[in-house]
Design a protein around this ligand. Structure first.
Ligand code: AMP
Ligand code: MG
Length: 333
């Protein structure tokens, strides 16, 4: 159920020195988390902006640093499957689903929505009765969480509304001087966020397609519903906000309209508008690089990105979901 939970955070714009950590000095990063500071860290999906999930004032800092609306709840990241049961109230009716899913897909790019336990701060869940939990596959992420000894609330490490951070340099661009630490590592292996699966409903419902495809989920739970439109907004408040959008205008060409891209190239050329065409070939590479492509366009002062759609089969569903959200114009035929 959606609540009327609302919070106002005072904007604190004071700058700080952002410390950079790597695999060898994760202890320092964990200590900052324990002290209630923000630390960005790599995961296999995207980089996360982490805070101690049990410390309400630490969690508030995430919303301030990202300029994230307070009614958009966060995902709690854990390092052991058993920690899920401390955070969520897994009723006997949901136990079989949870066991099957965690056995098959954790650690990995699957976030589960379950009823929350009462000690989880409202700031994390945006006042909802439910909570989002994930165990990341990234060893660095899990080691950091283990060292901190607390669950870590972490949305994607990017300014709200902008493309997610999938590389160390993206996180530095958005948060240098604004957060206490960043753990530096390689680009995210998947490059798109986790699949969010709601288990509070009668039928498990995908609220957000992500790094784990629906066909993979269906191998474990035969009946899965794909949420769309209004339901998505009510169940997952984050869905109503503009997402993944670069400063460049994104024009998305559905498969039937790809043939029209040259027409648009000519149109913008005549107007002297800096334009770039994106035609993905390898879907996995495209997923991994999407946010870098969007951010690079801004760096290069590209004004219009003309993007060719890909098939929505399997993991293509996720990248098309992100492209539709980042697009200001969708050309259908
Ligand atoms: P981010 O971490 O920025 O990728 O966003 C987390 C996503 O999970 C957003 O779309 C949230 O709306 C969604 N989410 C987090 N907690 C819940 C919850 N309790 N119920 C439904 N959706 C949630
Ligand atoms: Mg995000």
């Amino acid at each position: 159920m959606q609540s009327d939970f609302e919070l106002r955070f005072d904007l604190d714009m004071s700058l700080m020195k952002t410390l950079i950590f790597d695999l060898k000095n994760l202890r320092g990063a964990a200590d900052l988390l324990i002290k209630g500071e923000l630390v960005a860290f790599p995961t296999e999906t995207v980089y996360g902006l982490g805070a101690n999930a049990l410390d309400a004032s630490a969690v508030k800092k995430i919303f301030i640093a990202k300029n994230r609306p307070a009614d958009n709840p966060l995902i709690i990241h854990i390092a052991n499957v058993k920690d899920l049961y401390e955070i969520a109230d897994v009723g006997s009716d949901k136990k079989a689903w949870v066991e099957k899913l965690t056995d098959a897909f954790w650690p990995g790019p699957l976030t589960l929505i379950l009823n929350r336990r009462t000690h989880i701060p409202d700031e994390v869940t945006a006042g909802l009765d439910s909570v989002a939990v994930r165990m990341p596959q990234s060893r660095i992420a899990r080691k950091l969480i283990k060292l901190a000894g607390v669950p870590i609330a972490a949305p994607s490490a990017n300014l709200s509304g902008k493309p997610s951070g999938t590389r160390f340099k993206h996180v530095l661009e958005d948060f240098d001087g604004k957060i206490a630490g960043i753990v530096k590592s390689k680009p995210s292996k998947i490059g798109l966020e986790s699949t969010v699966l709601d288990l509070t409903t009668d039928i498990p419902t995908v609220l957000r397609p992500g790094g784990l495809s629906v066909s993979e989920l269906e191998k474990v739970l035969p009946e899965i519903r794909l949420s769309s439109g209004k339901v998505q907004i009510a169940k997952s408040p984050g869905m109503k906000y503009q997402h993944y959008a670069p400063a460049a205008k994104v024009v998305l060409f559905e498969i039937d309209a790809i043939i029209r891209i040259p027409e648009y190239v000519d149109f913008y050329k005549k107007k002297n508008v800096k334009t770039r065409v994106i035609k993905p070939d390898n879907i996995k590479d495209f997923n991994r690089n999407l946010y870098e492509i969007l951010r690079k366009a801004d760096k290069d002062k590209v004004a219009v990105l003309l993007v060719a759609a890909v098939s929505e089969a399997d993991i293509g569903l996720t990248v098309m979901n992100r492209l539709r959200k980042s697009a200001t114009e969708i050309i259908e035929r």
